[in-house]
Design a protein around this ligand. Structure first.
Ligand code: IMP
Length: 183
């Protein structure tokens, strides 16, 4: 079985490919943009994107992922604006916003979705709790990984091997659920 993963993010592709290897499912990148509606629900963004992709590529099995970092002290920011915030201010900008802030709690959320060759849509969600540390650490992963340390772990996501991150991450959880639905 082969599934296309519509993403332009090589980091997400690597993680999802590795997760599905375990299931014996081949994942191939579909590097084609799809419309991302503005919504505070990741699931709505995913469902809308999948509907569109299903119509554009009939007969294909396609997955997508919408995720974000929600920081407690910033009332959930950057949240659904995570991609924009990363581009405009980066991890350094987030650390600056949290300068002097003691409450470092944050969560990563991911909604993973799948449209099958018949147009049926399924979604699954994953969350990981953690904290924003005080400096960037590590060179693995992507995005906000260097500043996010999951609860109960000493390493940031950017200091963990990919398989370790996949075991506990928002994306790992969401795609594990999706894999069980697909199989
Ligand atoms: P989107 O899902 O492509 O809209 O991405 C949201 C933003 O959050 C992007 O800038 C990603 O780099 C970032 N992001 C999503 N998942 C992760 C992750 O697992 N680690 C670090 N950053 C992430």
């Amino acid at each position: 079985m082969k599934i296309l993963f519509a993403t332009g993010n090589p980091g997400k592709l690597k993680e999802v490919k590795r997760r599905f290897e375990r299931e014996g499912i081949e994942v191939e990148q579909l590097d084609a943009p799809y419309p991302e509606i503005q919504s505070d629900s990741l699931r709505e963004v995913v469902e809308h994107g999948l509907k569109w992709l299903g119509q554009q590529h009939p007969g294909k099995a396609i997955m997508i992922d919408d995720s974000g970092l929600f920081i407690d002290a910033l009332n959930g920011f950057p949240g659904v604006f995570s991609a924009y915030a990363l581009k405009s201010m980066g991890c350094a900008g987030i650390l600056k916003l949290l300068d002097g802030v003691e409450n470092r709690g944050a969560i990563f959320q991911c909604c993973a979705g799948f449209v099958d060759s018949g147009g049926k849509i399924r979604t699954a969600s994953g969350v990981v709790e953690g904290e924003i540390i005080y400096e960037e650490r590590g060179s693995e992963g992507f995005g906000y990984d260097p500043i996010f340390k999951p609860t109960g772990h000493d390493l940031t996501f950017a200091e963990m091997p990919l398989d370790e991150k996949n075991k506990i991450s928002h994306r790992g959880k969401a795609f594990s659920q999706l894999a069980s639905m697909i199989k």
